[in-house]
Design a protein around this ligand. Structure first.
Ligand code: HXC
Length: 262
């Protein structure tokens, strides 16, 4: 399908690639872009061929934030943003079953940083610049930035970033655990690496991948006690699948597992 603000492709039958494509505005996340993104994500989440999704932007910008020009006219209109559920469509991405890997080059600021934080794994190019500069616009992060950063990097650093609005580098993001890895130099490197990782994940048993995502999210989203209970129960559930039998048999028989996702 042709979209106006995103490009979609399958670099491998098992991997979906979504590229934010609003170059003139550095991929500012206007509402129609988000609607398209959600539609594409839902389609791939439902596509049995796809095992993992990669989300990327351009070399210059993953996304420079929510669209400031669109938001500007919303000032002093609580009734408008509340009634129209402003930002509610930003949560759909966190409800997907399949893993999403963000491949970030250039600016990931404001809503762009929050969008990356809403994915499951972030890979960064050395050029990546993250930040929550909303304070400079007289607002605060509104799509999870304060919550997800606080969980990922602690209170003091998050306070500094949210209250000063300063950017942080790919290396800082890596040292703090915001991103899983900074990949090598070179144009397109981070996307290539993300596609490779997506292929690896897509090659596993999808039931276990989805249960693993659910369990990690339980650790991230809830209390430790709830998380441990959820993990135990999901682990028990794995013993009701053929993939568990196949995976463990293949190991003992010293051969490659042939998962049927059942
Ligand atoms: C709308 C944006 C934009 C944005 C850039 N543009 N960011 N338009 N919303 N967030 C537009 C510019 O207006 C300009 O268009 C074009 O993209 C190129 O940007 P420049 O500023 O000319 O580029 P450059 O000098 O290279 O500077 C890059 C930049 C800067 C440092 C990233 O663009 C910048 O500071 N952008 C805003 C970053 C920001 O504050 N993000 C947080 C947004 S608030 P024209 O037509 O003028 O040439 C937010 C709230 C989230 O995200 C709340 C929850 C959703």
């Amino acid at each position: 399908k042709q979209y106006e603000y995103i490009l979609t492709s399958k670099p491998d039958p098992s991997v979906a690639l979504i590229t934010l494509n609003r170059p003139k505005a550095l991929n500012a996340l206007c509402s129609p872009l988000f609607d398209e993104l959600n539609e594409a994500l839902a389609g791939y989440d439902a596509d049995p061929e796809v095992g993992a999704i990669v989300l990327t932007g351009s070399e210059k910008a993953f996304a420079a934030g929510a669209d400031i020009k669109e938001m500007r006219d919303k000032q002093c209109a609580f009734s408008d943003v509340y009634k129209n559920k402003f930002l509610e469509n930003w949560t759909a991405i966190t409800n997907l079953r399949k893993p999403i890997i963000a491949a970030v080059s250039g600016y990931a600021l404001g809503g762009g940083c929050e969008l990356a934080l809403s994915t499951d794994i972030i890979l960064a190019s050395p050029t990546a610049k993250f930040g929550q500069p909303e304070i400079n616009l007289g607002v605060i992060p509104g799509a999870g930035g304060t919550q997800r950063l606080a969980r990922a990097i602690g209170k003091s650093r998050t306070m500094e970033l949210v209250l000063t609005g300063r950017n942080f580098s790919a290396r800082e993001a890596e040292a703090w655990g915001v991103v899983s890895r900074v990949v090598g130099e070179g144009e397109g490197e981070v996307v290539k690496e993300a596609i490779e990782m997506a292929k690896v994940i897509a090659g596993k048993g999808q039931l276990a991948v989805q249960a693993g995502k659910e369990a990690v999210n339980a650790a991230y989203e809830g209390s430790l006690i709830e998380g441990l209970r959820t993990e135990r129960r999901l682990f028990h559930m794995m013993f009701a699948t053929s993939d568990q039998k196949e995976g463990m048999s293949a190991f003992t028989e010293k051969r490659k597992a042939n998962f049927t996702h059942s």
